[in-house]
Design a protein around this ligand. Sequence first.
Ligand SMILES: C[S@@+](CC[C@H](N)C(=O)[O-])C[C@H]1O[C@@H](n2cnc3c(N)ncnc32)[C@H](O)[C@@H]1O
Length: 393
Amino acid sequence: MPFVLPSTLIDSEQIALVLAFGKLSVLEACSMLGRSVQRAESPCERVAVLRLEVSSPDRVTELAGIHKSAPLWAVVDNPSSDLGKVVDELTLHLDEKSNLSLSGYEVSADDYDTLARSLLDGVRASGLRKVRLLRPRGNELLAEEVLSRKAIDVLAFPYHGGFWLGPTTWIPDSVSLRGRGTRKPTPHSDISLSPRLAAVLVNLAGLRPGQVLLDPFCGSGTILMEAYIKSLRCLGLDSSASRVQDARQNLQWTDAGPSDKGYDIRKGDTRELPRMLRGTRVDAVVTEPVLLPRLEARPRTSTARQMIDTAGATYSVALESMARVLQPGGRIVIVVPVIQTMDGEEVSLVLDGRKLGLKPYQPGPVGFEYPVRLSFESTRWVRRGVYVFESAS
Ligand SMILES: C[S@@+](CC[C@H](N)C(=O)[O-])C[C@H]1O[C@@H](n2cnc3c(N)ncnc32)[C@H](O)[C@@H]1O
């Protein structure tokens, strides 16, 4: 577990999260931290601030959709304010050979320079004369660089008219996550989502070890792998025999699951789910049924609507099948395409689960509008959105 600073520091009632997927990461955090989230703020696009009733360090370290998490050390009025409190805290964790960095999010170049200079001056004035200040490109030291360069990294972003300052304390293990994407026996990068996104979707299912997660469009099994690693029992279905083979191989390669063979992956059609499962119910469904092709250019809005309508037929039949095999109180986490058009519009697939007894999942105090868009994805013009439904208990 990559803690950059002592784990006790994460035990805080106000934390900043650097988001990997924008709003979807906030949804994951509200879902994982549950009722303890009293307030969630978005001071800038890359960062969310959560106020927690009771700190939940264990749950924070299960989040997959963030790059960094940082407790609050101080909010200063302006970059030239006295940073004494931050410097005092910093010096507790620095020695003469330490690397120091400042990661600024939506902080102007001038403000960044002023903050970085006063941090360094303060640290040096405290007697640590050889501490080095790393100068990241784009004013952000990426999470992996924080780890590889053993940096003590201070986060800064605009907050309530001033600047939030706090230390990067915990970083998700993105090396293992990425490794599962690149080293698994059958990667299938053309249809697969990233392990990090898969892990976020699995977290949104809200399951405990031993419960059953179904992916009825499992492809090469990226979602199932992340579920298996969390000791969930995995059920996979795909209409293609070769994909079923791929998924089985990938799951076999992931040997961190329960000691018994905790997965069952079969060839089959999602429309036949209730018949195939013969009355068995699952605790959650997590899936990406259709991945539209990468587009070379933004399509017309009318073309995008046609593409979405075609995909929509698969979704509505599949959603009905999934609802029929879901335990009461279970969740369906489903990825839908969102197309950006040449007319500047966004066309997304709209799902309505009311007739199936499904209601949109709303954790915490925020109020999420579905589909929740993913930000910062590199997919061209076709993006992803996510629905989370809850069945009546
Ligand atoms: C977007 S891919 C899923 C990719 C998967 N998430 C992964 O990471 O590899 C959709 C998958 O659904 C399968 N599929 C399409 N129609 C299906 C159906 N009616 N029933 C079951 N599987 C289906 C395809 O063979 C394909 O593997």
